[in-house]
Every structure is written in C-alpha cells, then in structure tokens.
Design a protein around this ligand. Structure first.
Ligand code: FES
Ligand SMILES: [Fe+2]
Length: 399
C-alpha cells in the first residue's frame, strides 16, 4: 500500500515532476524510423506529457521539437521541411535540429532577436530501426546498445502495441510480478482449450528477486523455480531494466519491451523481437527491421481479448484504473518484487532531486559496444538458485 503522496510521486511524468525528471535521464523509443518518409517526413508525438513534432530534415537527419512554435504557438506539424530544419507555416520562423532559430523573415535585417530564441528540441538517434529520444539535461548519456539491437546471429522485428490507457507504472510493476503468469496466462489459455505447454503452466515453487546495480545497467532480476518438491526447473534472468524496460524470453525468441509514458494515463509499448538463427549463423539484416503494428487487443464488443498474452496483460493493467490508487491495494509476500522496484524508483528520484546521476546511465563508449544479457534455462539456472557457481547475471555488462 502506498500513501496518496507516494503514489503521485511515482506515477506523474510531466515536465518538472520528480518521476518525470528521473525518466528524462534515459533514452526512450518514440517511433519506428520507417514511419518518416520523404513524402511524410513529420509525425506528431506526445511523450511524458509534452506535445512534439518528430521530423526528418532535408539531409535525412532526425529532430524532435516542441509542437507549438515559440513565436505565436502555431503547430510545427504543419511546418515545411527544409535542408537544415523546419519552418513554421504561420510567419516562417525556421528552427534547426537543436531548436536554434535560423530565420525570422519579417524581423529587421540587423535584428539580433533570433539569437535569443530557442524552440524546445531534443536529440534523436536511430538504432535497429527505432528512433530514440532523450529529453533530459545535457550532456546526454550514450544510447544503450542492447545486444538484441545489434546481434547478427538472427533476425529482428519491431512490434508496436496499441496505446495502453493506463499509467506507465502499472505496466512496469507487472514485470516484477511473475506470480501473474499462472492465472492471467496459463489458466486463461487452459480454460479456452489451448494446448498446455510453457513454463507459465507450472506453479512457481520458489521466487526470489535480485537487485542489480551493474556498471552498465541496473534493474531487478527474477529467479524462480517451477514445480513442487524435487520436481523443479529453474529460471534466472528475465530482468526488469531500470527504469522502464523488460528483457524477456518469448518462446525461442528474446524480446526487449519498452514502456514509454505518453502522459500520466497513456503508455506506448514497443518490442524488439529477436529470433536466434539455427546454430548461431550470421544472418543478413535489412537496416530497418520489419515493423508490425498489433491491431486492437479488444473484441468487437469492446471487451479485452483474453486469448493472447498482450490482451490478457492489457486487461490486468488497464482495469486497475487510469492511475491505480495504490492506497487501496493489499500486497502479499509474492509481491515483494514490486516493493523492491518502487523502493529503487523512489531512491533514484531522490538521487536526481539532489543533483546526482541515477543508475544505469552509460557514458563510457567502451562499455557500450554491446550490452549482453545472460539468460539461460535449465541446469545453469538451477545451480544459480542453489547458490552454486553457474550463471552470474551481474556479469551481464558491456563486452
Ligand atoms: S507562430 Fe510560428 S512563426 Fe509565428
Ligand atoms: Fe504477462
């Protein structure tokens, strides 16, 4: 249970809010790069309560500017793309990628007024077909090079989920709530006659969480055994990457999930799905992986589709309310991953408030060549859970 005050602290993401300021210290995916084409080089987006225009200038470089022109607030979405920036369609002020005002056609020639003008603007970088933006103070940390964005031994696919109508924290808390998989997923499938299989059909025997404060990434790793008595199978890995990512096996694939707040009550979800090749052979990749946009997860009657993982999860997250009032919850022992994550969030909000740098920002390029994760199934995990040398998740670092 959380006080109203703490609930507000952890959920509000607009500019100037404590959690919004923490989240602004990290890079977030904001769009699929292929959405911006020569014919349609602009996209209106909202992230953490800020209305913005994402665009590609005439040189093919990406920019993200506040939607409303700093002159008289007309929308820059209707602006004209030029070689070196975007020109407002109202009175023609032109801004470059950094928000610098390049021209004010109707000001006196000798005027220095434009030098005092700045349109809000944020850096954008492209990686694995996704456009990532950084909305925090400069200098920006490096855009993390997670292994699935770069590995050459398989194929990549981007998946964009429908916008979720709920606060971002509900979705993230689910990532440290492995107990949900049995009833929300396995039981729902079983009840509908789907073939039984997969780890989530086995009740969890033992459940542990480990906080990681590595040199490259921070987060919480889940450690669990399945089955009862001696019939156990262990799983270690599957980390929540602080602050708003999940790295998860999905069948034979590996998937990174990003949960990006649009505002306090809407959240974007992007997946990068990686399918390892047979025998680890190298696979030629297109520069931009194909992108799939999942259709609505609801039935034509407007009910949640309980026949897929994303539909089941969406039901649980959205029905908690737009912003779940955690003063009304009753946490049990199986919810301790959630408590651990909230503590970490609160602690890191305080770090930012006192002028410090939060966990998991990368500034050394040597640590960012490729960030590999250790997730494996079977004996290695069992050894880990039993405290014997096996897989060491804390070694999941830049190579
Ligand atoms: S409102 Fe944009 S130039 Fe005037
Ligand atoms: Fe789930």
């Amino acid at each position: 249970m959380l006080s109203q005050e703490t609930n507000e602290l952890l959920t509000r993401v607009g500019p100037g809010t404590p959690c919004g300021e923490l989240l602004r210290r990290y890079w977030h995916p904001v769009a699929v790069a292929a959405e911006l084409t020569a014919e349609k080089p602009k996209k209106r987006i909202k992230i953490m309560g800020e209305d913005m225009v994402l665009f590609r200038d005439g040189q093919g470089r990406y920019g993200l500017v506040g939607e409303h022109c700093c002159h008289r607030a007309a929308s820059l979405y209707y602006g004209t793309i030029e070689e070196d920036g975007i020109r407002c369609s109202y009175h023609g002020w032109k801004f470059d990628l950094s928000g610098k005002c390049l021209e004010q056609p109707f000001e006196p020639k000798e005027s220095m007024f434009k030098d005092k003008i700045r349109q809000p603007a944020y850096p954008v970088e492209k990686l694995a077909g996704l456009l990532f933006a950084y909305l925090g103070p400069k200098p920006a940390p490096l855009l993390p090079r997670w292994d699935l964005l770069l590995r050459e031994d398989g194929t990549r696919k981007i998946v964009v989920l429908p916008v979720h109508q709920c606060n971002w924290l509900q979705i993230m808390e689910n990532s440290v709530d492995p107990a949900h998989t049995y009833y929300l997923h396995a039981h729902q499938f079983k009840a509908r006659g789907f073939p039984v299989g997969g780890y989530y059909y086995r009740p969890i025997g033992r459940l542990e969480f480990e906080e990681i404060r590595g040199p490259v990434w921070a987060g919480i790793v889940k450690k669990r055994t399945y089955g009862e008595g001696g019939d156990t199978e262990a799983e270690v890995g599957h980390p929540l990457i602080f602050p708003n990512m999940l790295y998860a096996p999905q069948g034979p694939d590996l998937v990174i999930h990003w949960r990006v707040p649009i505002d306090d009550t809407h959240t974007s979800i992007f997946w990068l799905r990686f399918k390892p090749s047979e025998g680890g052979r190298k696979v030629e990749q297109p520069e931009d992986p194909p992108a799939e946009y999942l259709p609505s997860l609801k039935t034509p009657e407007g009910e949640y589709g309980m026949t897929s993982f994303p539909g089941q999860d969406m039901m649980a997250w959205e029905t908690q309310g737009l912003i779940f009032d955690r003063a009304k919850e009753n946490l049990g022992a199986s919810d301790r991953g959630i408590t651990m994550y909230r503590r970490l969030l609160q602690e890191q909000i305080a770090v930012v408030q006192s002028g410090g740098e939060p966990l998991g920002l990368i500034r050394d390029p040597k640590k960012n060549e490729i960030i590999r994760f250790a997730i494996s199934r079977g004996q290695a995990r069992k050894e880990y859970l039993e405290g014997r040398p096996g897989i060491d998740v804390s070694r999941s670092t830049g190579s």
